[in-house]
Write a protein that binds this ligand. Structure first.
Ligand SMILES: [Zn+2]
Length: 81
């Protein structure tokens, strides 16, 4: 399990490595902070840690699961001079 803390908001979120791999690819956990932003402040001041299953079982942590990845189609217009 991967623990990501936003230094700015002081919010901690927990993710499963498999979910993060779907999102940002199979990268080493110490690189996760370079590929993620805080969902609230959108900053990259993240503190990333690995939690061992035995420790997390005792803490009864709520894990943030990935539901869906949506690719948004955005239309960009420009006026011709
Ligand atoms: Zn934040």
């Amino acid at each position: 399990m991967i623990r990501v803390r936003c230094v700015n908001c002081n919010i901690t979120r927990h993710y499963l490595p498999g979910d993060l791999a779907k999102l940002i690819g199979d990268i080493p956990f110490w690189d996760v902070d370079r590929h993620m932003r805080c969902e609230r402040c959108k900053r990259r001041d993240l503190d990333v840690d690995i939690l061992l299953p035995s420790a997390s079982e005792g803490l009864r942590i709520r894990v943030r699961r990935l539901v869906e990845i949506r690719m948004v189609r955005r239309v960009i217009w420009s006026d011709e001079e």
